[in-house]
Design a protein around this ligand. Structure first.
Ligand SMILES: C[S@@+](CC[C@H](N)C(=O)[O-])C[C@H]1O[C@@H](n2cnc3c(N)ncnc32)[C@H](O)[C@@H]1O
Length: 411
């Protein structure tokens, strides 16, 4: 296979790279001159040598490794997520940076650009072949000063600590104490943190032993692996239906009961909340704050086309469940006075408890709608406390992890 490890003599890689950054700028994906300059400089195609140039400079993630079941386990992340997280991280010249999730090495090269010759970048990956690929890419692009370590990022890399910045580029369920121990005073951690199935890129700073968020952005990430990782469980309803329930925190669900529920008539509850179609800022957190267990309902195109379920996003919707029933978020078109597409949000539920669950989800949507109308959504923040800490009096969500307590607070 032809590979792309060298700059193209006709300058196509430069032109495509500039077009990629121009596109990011056009929608606010890049706002700082530092991140913009780094992204115009680092040759992304060198880090994904098997991808065609157009794909290397496209917006989407480029999968580079899959496990024996075909599940993606490593990729160059989508450039909008990369730039957004770098802006959250705010790397300064001279910083010492730790990245967890070296992947292709592309983001480590961007970090090296931002930290400059006086800074230092360490990047860790759990996959031995992935580490070898990252080293190859970094050397080919001229960033061999980046140190690539094979190991479990949950342990950080104490040998090069303290770090001014730590960035995690795989989905984390936990914020282990090691990251706190290896961070310099006034340092910052950016991590895609999963809270009951909702993943957000959170920039956190330390105040004593408590992490407090300074920004929270939408993102999606393949999960971290390793002995400390907690996987989400996927259950298809029934097998080959193209509908899955995904639950977090190791909770098992009775897929047979949900499959039986899916054969009955749905209960629908419309909330009366009419909003522009996207972004539905922080709505998922209001649903997670519901009393029932929360889940995600995932859908393949074939199941949607067959009329089985119709969740709001292409991948599915947030939802909730009991032992034999589940509900998920739906939308329907609403009148609009402008060119902006408007939708009404609601819930669709199946099973003996479906009517009550649908009503509960619609109530949560109304509660979110009121917070939105009062302009309270920007005040949403997170705190991560050590395990065993007291309850937070203002927490909307309390997520107990193995070694920490995560609080989501609004107001
Ligand atoms: C989305 S990729 C990272 C993308 C990368 N930053 C880049 O620029 O190409 C996620 C990576 O995290 C790694 N990973 C997963 N669990 C890990 C762990 N516990 N410690 C270190 N790396 C891990 C995976 O092997 C994978 O390469």
């Amino acid at each position: 296979m032809e590979t792309n490890t060298a700059p193209k003599e006709d300058g196509t890689d430069r032109a495509l790279r500039d077009a990629m950054v121009d596109e990011l700028r056009s929608w606010g994906g890049v706002t700082t001159v530092q991140v913009e300059a780094a992204m115009r400089t680092v040759p992304r195609h060198v880090f994904v040598p098997d991808a065609p140039l157009e794909q290397a400079y496209g917006p989407d993630s480029v999968v580079t490794h899959r496990d024996e079941n075909g599940t993606a386990i490593s990729s160059a992340s989508g450039v909008g997520v990369v730039s957004g997280m770098l802006e959250q991280l705010d790397v300064q010249p001279g910083h010492r940076v730790l990245e967890i999730g070296a992947g292709t090495g592309y983001n480590a090269a961007l970090l090296a650009e931002l930290a400059g010759p006086e800074g230092h970048v360490t990047t860790v990956d759990i996959g031995a072949d992935i580490v070898a690929g990252a080293r190859r890419g970094l050397a080919a692009a001229g960033y061999d000063r980046v140190q690539v370590i094979h190991g479990d990022g949950a342990a950080g890399h104490p040998e090069n600590a303290p770090y001014d910045r730590i960035i995690v580029t795989a989905g984390a369920w936990e914020v282990p104490p090691t990251w706190r121990e290896q961070l310099a005073p006034d340092g910052r951690l950016v991590v895609p943190l999963r809270i009951r199935g909702v993943t957000r890129s959170v920039a956190l700073e330390l105040s004593g032993d408590v992490w407090r968020s300074v920004s929270i952005d939408e993102c999606g990430f393949m999960p971290m692996h390793g002995p400390e990782a907690v996987a989400e469980l996927n259950q298809e309803l029934p097998v080959n239906s193209g509908v899955w329930i995904r639950v977090d925190d190791g909770h098992p669900v009775d897929a047979d009961a949900f499959a039986a529920a899916l054969t009955g008539a749905p209960s629908l509850a419309w909330s009366g909340v009419v909003v522009p179609w996207q972004p539905l800022v922080h709505l998922d957190f209001w649903l997670v704050g519901a009393t029932a267990q929360t889940c995600r309902v995932l859908v393949a195109d074939r199941a949607r086309e067959a009329g089985l379920v119709d969740p709001i996003y292409p991948w599915g919707s947030m939802g909730c469940y009991t032992s034999d029933s589940f509900a998920y978020l739906v939308r329907r078109p609403a009148p609009s006075d402008t060119a902006q597409e408007m939708v009404e949000l609601g819930a669709c539920a199946y099973g003996p408890d479906g009517e009550r669950l649908a009503g509960e989800v619609a109530d949560r949507v109304r509660s979110w709608g009121m917070a939105r109308a009062r302009d309270e959504l920007a005040a949403l923040r997170m705190e991560v406390h050590p395990e065993g800490s007291a309850d937070h009096p203002a927490a909307m969500i309390t997520a107990d992890k193995a070694r920490s307590r995560v609080f989501v607070i609004c107001g």
